[in-house]
Design a protein around this ligand. Structure first.
Ligand code: NAD
Ligand code: DAU
Length: 371
């Protein structure tokens, strides 16, 4: 008899989703249904090796499609949902928030409502076991000054269209728990890094730009601070919260690893200088670069750029026994090595619609360079 629990993961083809689906399958505890719309941020190669896996099924579709979601609950009778599907890039949300409202707000509401209707039909014992885990972000809390940390008690104060849409989705999740007793759990995590991250995000962008000799666009004066966590550590916290978290609870997740953007870019350059020196990269050989750091370029700032994020993760550590396992030096090196070893994935992610999108929308990032 199959003792595995069936779960629906949304956004499983994205960066965190790919790592989470792998973790769930490696545990041997789950049968995973991955519902993903395959937007620009999804790379079909990320989970290509799972084709034919007996505990993995992929469904292409949107979390805004109520009929489809109802049919998945009916067919698979899952014991929970891990909701990761989202539009996730702040710069894109500043250009237009339409897709962010649709997926993050309407989509999360649609998943919640479909899940609640299904949950209502369950016998009491299964009702008790069911969980809806919503993966959210520390950005909903706004921005910190030089001191202090975000905790589960920090008031919401989103300051960009992406974080506003995530805050709205969190509020729906909280409201469904309070109003209907629907068993939800929210995790609010800091900046993730690691394998399979789409190259528009800071760390892969800097790695891949450096390796192709392009400039490294640091926004403003580079003094903004982010609190970085290795993606596998985040996924372990999500799995643990799903399995042992208390319904109605919120867990702030972070690895106490604050970095100023400029320092982070400098570290990336120095690891690259060590493992892939410019003189050994065929397309850079004639550029006379001694270090990738020579490519650093301070550009116009992001509109409304939040200054600092930092998480106090003591609740998830104390109550669920979670702690981060991957140190930053090690994680950053592993990440850089992963991008160097996966050129097919990188080509697929960096080409086509993404390179056209950059040409069209990121002119401001080259401004200072051109001045
Ligand atoms: P991502 O952009 O890499 O992946 C998002 C995935 O969602 C993609 O596979 C995409 O195809 C899918 N998707 C988008 N719209 C959809 C829709 N309407 N229906 C179904 N699928 C859809 O994002 P990520 O970085 O992996 O983030 C995953 C989740 O974690 C998001 O909810 C994000 O807000 C949250 N989060 C991210 C970070 C981070 O640092 N990346 C930190 C904290 C929280
Ligand atoms: O804090 C969690 C959030 O982290 C997640 O909810 C988001 O989904 C995720 O995208 C991330 O948001 P950020 O805006 O912090 O990540 P991003 O990689 O876009 O930028 C990180 C920092 O680097 C930020 O201060 C802006 C800066 N930056 C970014 C890019 C892309 C640059 O200086 N240059 C760049 O080219």
């Amino acid at each position: 008899m199959n003792q595995k629990s069936t779960v629906i993961v949304t956004g499983g083809n994205g960066f965190i989703g790919t790592n989470l689906v792998r973790l769930l399958l490696e545990s041997g505890q789950y049968h995973v249904i991955n519902l993903d719309a395959l937007t620009y941020a999804a790379n079909p190669l990320s989970l290509e090796d799972l084709d034919g896996h007996p505990d993995y099924e992929f469904v292409k579709g949107s979390i805004t499609d109520r009929q489809l979601i109802d049919s998945l609950f009916e067919k698979y009778k899952p014991m929970g949902v891990l909701n990761l599907a989202a539009e996730s890039h702040v710069d894109r949300s500043i250009l237009s928030a339409d897709d962010f409202v649709q997926t993050n707000v309407v989509g999360t509401y649609t998943m919640l409502e479909a899940a609640r209707m299904y949950w209502n039909t369950l016998p009491e014992e299964l009702k008790q076991q069911f969980r809806f885990l919503h993966v959210s972000t520390d950005e909903v809390f706004g921005s910190l000054g030089e001191d202090g940390f975000f905790t589960e008690e920090t008031p919401y104060k989103p300051q960009n269209p992406y974080s506003a849409s995530k805050a709205a989705s969190d509020h729906f999740v909280r409201a469904f728990n309070h109003t209907y007793g629907f068993p939800t759990i929210i995790t609010n995590c800091s900046n993730n890094y690691g394998p399979y991250q789409f190259p528009e995000k800071m760390i892969p962008l800097m790695i891949l730009n450096a390796l192709s000799g392009k400039s490294l666009p640091v926004y403003g004066d580079g003094s903004n601070v982010r609190d970085w966590i290795y993606v596998e550590d985040h996924c372990k916290a999500v799995k643990l919260a799903f399995e042992t978290g208390k319904p109605g609870e919120v867990y702030a997740v972070g690895a106490s690893n604050e970095q100023k953007n400029i320092n982070l870019v400098t570290q990336i350059c120095s690891i690259l200088d060590d493992i892939a020196p410019p003189i050994e990269v065929p397309q850079l050989r004639d550029r006379g670069l001694k270090s990738y750091a020579e490519l650093i370029n301070f550009v116009q700032d992001r509109l409304g750029h939040d200054h600092r994020y930092a998480i106090d993760a003591s609740k998830v550590q104390r109550e669920l026994g979670w702690k981060p396992e991957v140190g930053f030096e090690t994680g950053l090196r592993k990440t850089i090595e992963w991008y160097l070893s996966n050129p097919r994935w990188v080509d697929q992610a960096s080409g086509g619609s993404y390179s056209e999108w950059i040409e069209k929308n990121y002119a401001w990032r080259a401004k200072k360079e051109a001045e």
